[in-house]
Design a protein around this ligand. Structure first.
Ligand SMILES: [Zn+2]
Length: 173
């Protein structure tokens, strides 16, 4: 891929919260001091929906890196992607289950979040693992897809530890 667009910095919007400076010596700034935490709290709540992706990325990245590193250590002949590569791709792909089934309701977890789907992903990864790519492009594709698989499974694994858990089969749409 040719040119990277590294000009996003120019579009960076900076949100500055009003800083209350100049309180020295003034004993009555009570109103502003009480208001501030409340404002911050509501901002955090409004953002919580989009923040869900962040823990998923961290969990997927770390677990894919760790899993691949351990597997490569125990089975040096294993044809697996570089652990760092797997970790990065898994982190990027970790939002996939929630793209397929957006977390718009507490009951959004259906087929794409099910144990059955996890089994399909594992079966697909097994096929990929057995595949012997002939070209560097195919080898890269194999590494990327295997890493996406690790990321997907890490997402389901993380969701499975929550109170709601995962369905065995779920519904299709
Ligand atoms: Zn999910």
């Amino acid at each position: 891929m040719g040119t990277d667009k590294e000009r996003s910095a120019s579009g960076l919007k900076r949100i500055t919260l009003g800083l209350s400076v100049g309180l020295n010596g003034t004993p009555t700034p009570d109103a502003s001091l009480i208001k501030r935490p409340i404002v911050r709290h509501s901002r955090a709540c409004a953002r919580s929906a989009e923040m869900r992706a962040v823990p998923h990325m961290a969990i997927a990245g770390v677990s894919a890196f760790g899993t691949v590193a351990v597997l490569k250590h125990q089975y040096p002949a294993a044809r697996l992607p570089d652990p760092a590569f797997a970790g990065i791709v898994a982190a990027l792909a970790s939002g996939l289950p929630d793209l397929l089934e957006p977390a718009t309701s507490p009951h959004h977890r259906q087929f794409c979040h099910s144990a059955a789907f996890a089994a399909l992903v594992i079966a697909g990864m097994k096929k990929l693992y057995e595949w012997q790519p002939k070209t560097p492009g195919d080898a890269l594709l194999r590494d990327v897809l295997l890493s996406i698989g690790f990321g997907y499974l890490a997402h389901l694994g993380a969701d499975a530890t929550t109170a709601m858990g995962l369905p065995l089969l779920g519904k299709l749409a």
